[in-house]
Design a protein around this ligand. Structure first.
Ligand SMILES: *Cc1c(COP(=O)(O)O)cnc(C)c1O
Length: 374
């Protein structure tokens, strides 16, 4: 039987048509007209004034953090359980990630622990919405006001999600998106920074493009990278964005199907369907092994692979990353919930191209494997 990949995007809308327009017109670089159109559509989708496209979601975080003026020695609060991109955007500048443990119900950072982590070096809080449910934003905005902190919102996994009816990607000073193929809107590789602040937007445009001086070209006052986004990527993004609502509906239907079929299985924690502020959009469909299970996520991933099913383990915690241990960061720190999720969480095939037959096979195999492992 065919292997079921963990993710396969859906590209059967206008993607090909718009890509052909790029080829026919010769516009393939970042100077092409689709780039501005995509920036405008993407930012207005989340109710932001400015969108600055970049080469990927990691670059978006780097640009956003740097644009906010975070410097060496500054502290930025973020979850211990997240993708390394969040921490790298901070450590690249010589600033320090200050970590917060996870909430086992939503898998997001435990908002109640943030205030304790604030010091006189804290400059910003990074909100990272993970796996389909948003972080509880309101209390964080209050903290930011109380302590005069900036907010960076990493909405990479949140295309089409809302918090109390307001779009994710619209909170705080600056928000970022990724368009990697497992996100709800993909451009292959790609990312975007969105903000309402004109000065920040201008700063991001400089930072993504080598900080060219405005008056004289090829003269630079600052170090930055080439993080430009191409017209080809924007062509795919525009076609994807046309179908965002349909994609979200589909993701939610997939989530409901998996939950209905898997909820009877002993020793398996499933994603929460809704909270009082949002309905899950199931960026990917995650499973977490219960405390009484001895097996870890890698074992389940391996068994699923043998049964022809792709799965991925959850993120590995920031404080346990070898690269940061070597640098002497986070010594003696422990975040038990984050560590638990990193060892016991994995996700099953959840791409938009997944068929019902494939989902049936996934459900059968998960059931079979869970009845066999310790
Ligand atoms: C995917 C992702 C990123 C990074 O995006 P890339 O485009 O892969 O660089 C950042 N943050 C979160 C939460 C993500 O899921």
């Amino acid at each position: 039987m065919d292997f079921i990949p963990v993710n396969e995007p859906l590209l059967d809308g206008n993607e090909k048509k718009y890509l052909c327009e790029c080829i026919d017109s010769g516009w393939i670089s970042s100077e092409g007209p689709f780039v501005k159109e995509f920036e405008q559509k993407m930012s207005s989708t989340v109710g932001r004034k400015y969108g600055i496209s970049v080469s990927n979601g990691t670059a978006a975080l780097e640009v956003a953090v740097q644009a906010l003026g975070i410097e060496a020695g500054d502290e930025v609060i973020m979850p211990a359980f997240t993708i390394i991109s969040c921490a790298m955007a901070v450590t690249k500048l010589g600033a320090i990630p200050v970590l917060v443990d996870s909430d086992l119900r939503t898998w997001n950072m435990n908002v109640e622990e943030i205030e304790n982590r604030i010091t006189d070096k804290t400059k910003a809080i990074m909100i990272v919405h993970l796996y389909g449910l948003p972080v509880e934003v309101d209390p964080i905005i209050k903290l930011a006001q109380k302590y005069n902190l900036k907010i960076i919102e990493d909405a990479a996994e949140m295309h089409g999600q809302t918090y109390h009816g307001k779009p994710c990607g619209s909170f705080g000073d600056i928000s970022t998106f990724s368009f990697y193929p497992n996100k709800h809107v993909t451009t292959g590789e790609g990312g975007m920074v969105v903000t309402d602040d004109e000065e920040l937007a201008e700063r991001c445009r400089l930072l993504r493009n080598l900080c060219f001086r405005k008056d004289v070209r090829y003269v630079h006052d600052e170090i930055s990278d080439n993080y430009r986004f191409t017209n080809l990527q924007a062509a795919v993004g525009l076609a994807q964005l046309e179908r965002l609502e349909e994609f979200i509906k589909r993701k939610r239907a997939m989530g409901r199907y998996y939950t209905e079929k898997l909820q009877g299985i002993d020793g398996l924690l499933l994603p929460v369907e809704k909270t009082d502020y949002a309905d899950n959009i199931y960026w990917v469909y995650g499973l977490v092994l219960d405390k009484h299970r001895k097996a870890d996520n890698r074992e389940v991933q391996k068994s699923l692979a043998e049964a022809g099913i792709g799965a991925r383990t959850f993120f590995w915690c920031i404080h346990e990353q070898p690269v940061y241990k070597k640098a002497g960061l986070f010594q003696g720190e422990a975040y038990p919930n984050a560590e638990y999720l990193a060892r016991k969480g994995l996700y099953i095939p959840s791409g938009l191209a997944l068929t019902e037959e494939q989902m049936e096979r996934v459900v059968d195999q998960v059931g079979r494997i869970m009845s066999k492992i310790s």
